[in-house]
Design a protein around this ligand. Structure first.
Ligand code: FRU
Length: 502
């Protein structure tokens, strides 16, 4: 066995998150549950650990906890790179790629045409199909199937739209530089007809990428369905760089009508706090949802990185983890449906490797207090904390000496912060060391926060999942302290549970 020391880069390999064995990855692609298996495809450089040679890598899981890396699914060639897209199960063989007895999986991806192609510089949508459940893929000879002559038309998400009267395929894609989502329909996945477009709206500080559109019941009421349109943008996120925003509204099979567009102050940086964000942290990008998940759950996953420094993060030989998988739902907040996110139950119920550390009804005096038996590097921390006289209070994870990643509540500011300035390695890029903030409201006088800690990340779920903050960190493997702290006064631990995960 090789000893892993604090300086071995692979000490950052996540325990709970997917990362490729030895290569680069970015956006999740083609997420689908099919024949008992979750398939996670992703933007992958099969030959290196920086962005390039874009192909679809592939991993499979039966439980959303353990992933098996599979051979590259759809590879780049001299004519095209394989950019982001989605997969549908073509149950009725509308495409004709399969048979009635063996209907195909169909991947809809963006061909980014290279100089050797007649379509050099164009981004257009193409198909590939699989007749063996998603392991081997054949590109359609008639590609591309949808070409607008644009150099920035990409990231198709396709789903089956079903109403009482009819059913057809819908494609949601972007004209990235125009801040526009475009909607197309098709009967056979090959011929596409433009239906409508959406945007610009709300955050437009960077190109729009990787859209998704799905219905969700409000407060679990199947009679009250709303549609959620998610749009990733880069840069222009609430704490700078890459991030995802969402809109809630209606979709009638042709047009998306948003009820959450802020009409004043487009592009004004001080309006970013008024928009709805999938995540306020720096490292939750290209989020999309799985298709065909049993029980109607809507599960999402994102690339945990930020284009500001993505190619420079200090992991090796792989680069970039995926986020934890989240279940999303809609909940009325002051009469308005808001997206609420929780870690998928398969991951949220991971057992403790030894009895959890717990504390109740304890005052946090001014200063920093080490929780001796709570130390660890892969943890779930569930905290309910109340305001006393402190200006800021919270939890420090992956600590050692004066170092650590601070997750703090600032009640007077109404903000929760993740401070990773002393989190470990930060010098690989000038914009990495940061304190990032999100709005937070107490319930009564207390703040409920769940934090997932791994070898190179923290993911914070606050206010019942209304607010999330996901961030990369690169601490030494010896930095395992967990502390609570209060600045300028006191606070109270109502309850605290630290669970060590395998
Ligand atoms: C988003 C993105 C997509 C594109 C892919 C290329 O991160 O820029 O728009 O399809 O990455 O790798």
């Amino acid at each position: 066995m090789t000893a892993v020391t604090a300086t071995t880069p692979d000490a950052f390999r996540p325990a709970m998150h997917y990362a490729a064995r030895s290569t680069w990855l970015n956006d999740p692609n083609g997420l689908i549950f099919h024949e008992g298996i979750y398939h996670l495809y992703y933007q992958n450089n099969p030959e290196g650990n920086v962005w390039g040679n874009m192909s679809w890598g592939h991993a499979t899981s039966t439980d959303l906890v353990t992933w098996v890396e599979q051979p590259v699914a759809i590879a780049y060639d001299e004519l095209e790179d394989i950019y982001s897209g989605s997969i549908v199960f073509d149950r009725y063989n509308t495409s004709g790629f399969g048979t009635e007895a063996r209907p195909p999986l169909v991947a809809v991806y963006t061909s980014a045409f290279k100089p050797a192609s007649e379509l050099s510089g164009v981004q257009a949508q193409s198909l590939a199909y699989s007749l063996d459940g998603g392991y081997t893929w054949t590109k359609y000879a008639g590609n591309p199937v949808l070409n607008r002559g644009s150099s920035e038309f990409r990231d198709p998400k396709v789903f089956r739209f079903e109403s009482d009267a009819e059913s057809y395929w819908i494609m949601v894609a972007v004209e990235a530089l125009d801040f526009k989502v475009v909607f197309y329909s098709s009967l056979d996945l090959k011929k596409w007809e433009l239906l409508s477009s959406f945007g610009p709206a709300n955050a437009t500080g960077g190109v729009w990428e990787c859209p998704d559109l799905f219905p969700l019941p409000v407060d679990g009421d199947p009679e009250n369905l709303k549609w959620v349109l998610t749009i990733n943008l880069n840069p222009g996120g609430p704490n700078s760089g890459s991030a995802g925003q969402y809109f809630v509204g209606d979709f009638d099979g042709v047009t998306f009508t948003s009820s959450s567009t802020v009409t004043e102050g487009l592009q004004a940086p001080d309006r970013l706090g008024d928009y709805q964000w999938l995540d306020w942290g720096r490292d939750y990008y290209a989020a999309v949802s799985f298709s065909d998940v049993p029980d109607g759950r809507r599960l999402m996953i994102a690339w945990m990185n930020n284009w500001q420094y993505a190619n420079e993060i200090p992991t090796s030989p792989w680069r970039s983890p995926m986020s934890l998988i989240r279940e999303v739902s809609l909940q009325s907040v002051d009469g308005t449906p808001r997206l609420v996110q929780h870690v998928a139950r398969e991951l949220a119920s991971l057992p403790s490797v030894h009895p959890p550390f717990t504390a109740d009804d304890t005052e946090i005096a001014e200063g920093k207090h080490l929780l001796d038996s709570a130390a660890g590097s892969v943890q779930r921390i569930e905290a309910s904390l109340s305001t006393g006289t402190a200006e800021e209070f919270g939890v420090i994870v992956r600590g050692e000496g004066t170092r650590g990643t601070r997750i703090g509540i600032r009640p007077a500011e109404g903000r929760i912060v993740v401070d990773r300035r002393e989190s470990g390695q930060t010098g690989f890029h000038e914009s990495f060391a940061s304190t990032d903030a999100a709005p937070i409201q107490p319930t009564g006088n207390s703040y409920e926060v769940t934090i997932y800690v791994d070898h190179c990340s923290v993911e914070v779920f606050a206010q019942g999942g209304q607010i999330t903050l996901s961030e990369l960190i690169f601490p030494a493997s010896t930095s395992t302290d967990v502390s609570v702290y209060a600045c300028g006064g006191t606070a109270t631990i109502n309850s605290l549970k630290v669970t060590q995960l395998a």
